[in-house]
Write a protein of this length. Structure first.
Length: 83
């Protein structure tokens, strides 16, 4: 085997990557479904901008799907997914 170079993509690595993507997407969808009622509540309470909604979620201690602080972009994405 000396001198042989491995070429191509390992089919197991490719399948693992696809599975990982599917799992992360499903978790994101579940989190979006969980947080959407809170976003709607915040908006009904007078938050007019995406930044204001993000600030309200952060103030309530609600993390993003990855456990981080909210940004306006993340709020927009959640609102788009659940629309």
């Amino acid at each position: 085997m000396a001198g042989k170079m491995k070429t191509g993509i390992d089919p197991f690595a490719c399948k693992g990557r696809q599975t990982s993507i599917q799992v992360r997407r499903e978790r994101a969808r579940q989190h979006a479904a969980h947080v959407t009622p809170v976003i709607n509540e915040v908006r009904a309470g007078g938050a007019m901008t995406l930044r204001a909604v993000a600030d309200a979620l952060n103030a309530r201690g609600i993390p993003t799907a990855r456990g981080r602080q909210w940004s306006a972009t993340q709020v927009r994405r959640v609102m788009t997914w659940t629309a």
